[in-house]
Design a protein around this ligand. Sequence first.
Ligand code: ZN
Length: 140
Amino acid sequence: MIKEIVTDDEFLSRPSEKATAEDASVAQDLLDTIAADEEAACLAANQIGVLKAVVVYLDEQDKPYIMYNPVLKQGLYPFKANETCLSHGDKEMKVTRFNKIQVAYDDLVDGALVPKKRKLEGWTAVVVQHMIDHCNGKLV
Ligand SMILES: [Zn+2]
């Protein structure tokens, strides 16, 4: 279901709870909502009003990826990036991001969460760091 984007900083500042396999419907709502928004590159569950650590991001080919409980495990080559947030309109903020990261997350496979790791770099690495911050209640 397509959801409205939350812009309330107080709500977005709360850390999300660990997601479980029962949160598959949240993941589906994230997919529906990001598909309906032409500008969105990533979306965290708290941005659609659910305080669970589930995120979706699009890769360079606009293919969506869901991550449950993403955690940054390693970051290399920090740099200063200008970022906007879907919950904050066009306002640009300067943040430090890593150009190369390793992320641990859970993937939903046959109704159960399975731990996985992924190495990302460049654009997708930055987007996923922004998402992990959202799960921790951190805003740019
Ligand atoms: Zn954001």
